[in-house]
Ligand binder design. Structure first.
Ligand code: FES
Length: 142
């Protein structure tokens, strides 16, 4: 049912943990399953130098967060904002249809953290112009 890659990222998640003095922090939740994902970003010269996550959720959510952090580490904030849940699913070698929303949580947690960074630094990140922090809970209802 789950790919080897999903199992690997579930059993040995990359970049787990809390980050002190993060430049951007994003937290999203899915009201239906109650799962919560938090992403921390360390950003220098618009590059994501480091990223950590804490996920209180299912195995697919943990694997999705782990993969999402791997996909954006070392990338620019403008590349990271384009990360889609589809890219996360592809990199994971697929997710069962009922678990697609878990990858949406990862995409939205990254966007939420980037939005937080943009707010704190007065930057405009293309693709986040209409983002509203209070929408975080709503973003993940699928
Ligand atoms: Fe809710 Fe996976 S079941 S994030």
């Amino acid at each position: 049912m789950y790919s080897e890659i999903v199992m690997d990222h579930f059993r040995n998640p990359r970049n787990v943990g809390h980050m002190e003095n993060a430049d951007g922090v994003g937290q999203v939740g899915n009201p239906k399953c109650g799962d919560i994902m938090k992403i921390y970003l360390k950003i220098k010269d618009e590059l994501i130098e480091d990223v950590k996550f804490e996920t209180f959720g299912c195995g697919s959510a943990i694997a999705s967060s782990s993969m999402a952090t791997e996909l954006i580490k070392g990338k620019s904030i403008h590349e990271a904002v384009e990360l889609t849940n589809k890219a996360v699913i592809e990199a994971l070698g697929g997710l069962p249809p009922v678990k697609v929303h878990c990858s949406v949580l990862a995409e939205q947690a990254v966007k939420s953290a980037l939005y937080d960074y943009a707010q704190k630094t007065n930057k405009v990140i293309k693709g986040l112009e209409n983002y509203k922090a209070e929408d975080d809970e709503i973003h993940c209802q699928q």
